[in-house]
Every structure is written in C-alpha cells, then in structure tokens.
Design a protein around this ligand. Structure first.
Ligand SMILES: *Cc1c(COP(=O)(O)O)cnc(C)c1O
Length: 349
C-alpha cells in the first residue's frame, strides 16, 4: 500500500518557496486574438517567428492530450526528454544531500544529470535477465532517495522491465519513480501512463525522437499527476519549446496513421534482422528486444566495431556498460540498410 504520499515533502525547499518568472506571454492569456502586442519587446515585422512562442504550448498539448487520453494539466513538454529529466532532478533533488537510484546497464543521461546536479547516483545492477533486483533496491534506498529511474524498454538491452516488479516498486518505494518510455511505441505492452491516477509517485517520460521520427525538433513529453506537473512548470524555462518545434509537431501529429505504418515496418525489419543475426558465426548472443535496436554479444566487440566502420556502418559499442562485455547495439535501419549490414557481417573474417 502507498503510505500517505505527500508530494510537498519531496520538493526541494527553495523550489517550493520560489516565485516563477512571469513572461509577457504568461501575463496576457488570450493568445490567439487580434490584439496589438507591445508587451514583449518583439520586432513587429512578420517573419512567422518574430513572436515568442506560447510558453504553455496549449495547442500542441491539447493534441497530445486527445491522442493519449491524458488531461493537459498532466503533461509537461521539454526540449527533448533530456530537458524533462533535468527538470525532475532540479525540482526534487537537493544538491550534495539527496540521492537517486539507477539500474545499469541503462541510459547514460541519468548518471550524467546526477553528476551535473551534484546528486549521488546509487547504482543497483540489473540481474542477468536485465531485470531489477527488488531486495537490493529496497536495501539501497534511504530517506534521502528521491528518484528511481526505470527505463522500459531498456536502453541498451532492449527488454521490457517486468510489470510485476514495477508494480511492487510503485507500491513500496518512498520517492518518485520515473519510467522512461522512449521506446514504448515499438513495444506491444501498454504505457504506464494508464496507471497515473493510481500512483501519485509515478512519472512517465516519452519522446518524439525515436518512433515519431522527429529527433531533430527536440520534443520530450512528461506525464504525471497535476501536482508534479505544476512543480515542473514552475521551474521550466518559460519558452523552452520553440515556435518551429511547436508548429512542426502539431503538423506531424495529424498523421498518426503514417506513424503506425512506419513502426510496423521497423518491427518487421527487426524480426528479419534478428533471424539473420543469429546465423552470423561470430555473434554469440542476440538479445530479445522490444525497441528499435538490437543488442548482440560477439567474439570481439572492438574488432567487429572497427570492421563495420571501415565498411561504412556505424553501430554503438556498449561493452563499457556492466553486464554488456563485448556487445554492440544496432539500430534498425531501412530495408536496404539492414540488408547491407547483414551482407557485410557475413563477409567479415
Ligand atoms: C533516446 C533516449 C532518450 C532521449 O530522448 P530525447 O527526447 O531525444 O532527449 C531518452 N531516454 C532514452 C532511454 C533514450 O534512449
């Protein structure tokens, strides 16, 4: 059972006390009407982007809200999910006092952001199936543990974190649980956003950088209780989502059918790649995956990495990560890119 969960007690004291910056566009709410705007020192001549963007991204959020069936006041947008993650640190973690728990091998940004914010990162390794060790997590957490990061599907391993484990953690962990769903659109499993109303300590992050094919516009999304979103809104840079990004995202989100076709194609390609990879003689293990990449273990990662590079193919060597000795992570490409990869792999000596 969730002990009486009190979000206020988790917020950094200075953040709880501070007054947010009030921008010109914040003070005047009626964003779309035909007014003469002489309030923000903008240049009046039309360039399509001479005005500051909507700091609340109301139109974009209302589209996301409808598509995901989550109210706008439970959504925060960031300049990539990396900004969202940084805001979560800055809202809840007191530098040089609080700590977080991460579960390596996993996405590298959690530990980078912990260092940047001077927060101790307590690492609890995943087990050999890349699943969390719940007992060790509970032994590692103390009263200053504010955040637990769970990446599912996990990068670089590709697997989903078992939902029974996540449920147990949501019910027992005393801080906030951040589930990073950067790759959820490639998985058949449903998003944890469906559980937001049940768990006030749950934060889900997603991104338009992977399945949506929009890495270049930098748009990350955070879903949480309206109380958590209000804290993050208070500390975010006022104009963090630029006008070009807002316009482009609004346009692209109209075409959700094409997105589904692309994802299905990439998932089909993944299945053929998985089959082809197991037949390459120096590949020792092909890990199951629910994302748009495949982790493979091979005889000599460094050697194979350089050989591929010489043939013009760039993959990611993940060998420095714990439990990932001699592994490469390969992103699913186009049909012809994947064919070329397999052809080259089969010729390597
Ligand atoms: C790629 C990736 C992100 C980064 O998302 P941006 O929105 O592009 O900043 C976040 N989390 C994981 C696990 C990723 O692999």
């Amino acid at each position: 059972m969730i002990k009486k969960f009190n979000i206020q007690s988790l917020i950094r004291p200075n953040v709880a006390k501070m007054k947010p910056y009030s921008s010109a566009r914040d003070e005047f709410k009626d964003f779309d009407s035909e007014m003469i705007f002489l309030d923000a020192n903008e240049n009046p001549f039309e360039t399509n982007v001479n005005r500051y963007p909507d700091p609340k991204q109301q139109k974009l959020k209302s589209i996301i809200s409808k598509q995901k069936n989550i109210p706008s006041n439970q959504i925060l947008l960031g300049n990539g999910s990396d900004e969202v993650l940084d805001l979560i640190f800055r809202a809840f973690c007191e530098p040089s006092r609080d700590n977080i728990i991460t579960l390596p091998p996993t996405y590298g940004m959690y530990s980078v952001l912990a260092s940047l914010n001077d927060i101790e990162n307590r690492e609890v390794l995943l087990d050999l199936d890349f699943q969390p060790d719940l007992d060790e997590i509970s032994r590692t957490a103390d009263t200053r543990t504010k955040l637990l990061f769970i990446c599912s599907p996990n990068n670089p391993t590709g697997n989903l974190i078992a939902s029974e484990s996540i449920l147990k953690l949501l019910k027992t962990f005393n801080g906030l649980i951040v589930i990073d769903e950067a790759y959820i659109d490639f998985a058949k499993e449903e998003s944890w956003t469906t559980k937001l109303n049940e768990f006030p300590n749950l934060i889900v992050t997603q991104t338009l950088s992977k399945a949506y094919g929009l890495a270049g516009i930098r748009l990350g999304v955070c879903y949480a209780s309206k109380e958590i979103i209000a804290v993050l809104n208070k500390i975010k840079p006022p104009y963090n989502i630029n006008e070009l990004t807002q316009q482009f995202a609004i346009e692209q989100l109209q075409n959700i059918e094409k997105l589904k076709t692309d994802i299905a194609l990439l998932n089909d390609e993944k299945e053929s790649l998985l089959k082809a990879l197991v037949q390459v003689n120096f590949i020792e293990k092909v890990y199951p995956t629910h994302a748009n990449f495949i982790l493979i273990k091979l005889d000599n990662a460094e050697k194979r990495y350089s050989q591929l590079l010489q043939k013009g193919i760039v993959v990611r060597n993940r060998s420095s990560q714990p439990l990932c000795e001699n592994t490469l992570r390969i992103t699913i490409g186009t049909v012809s890119e994947n064919k070329k990869l397999i052809t080259i792999l089969k010729t390597l000596k």
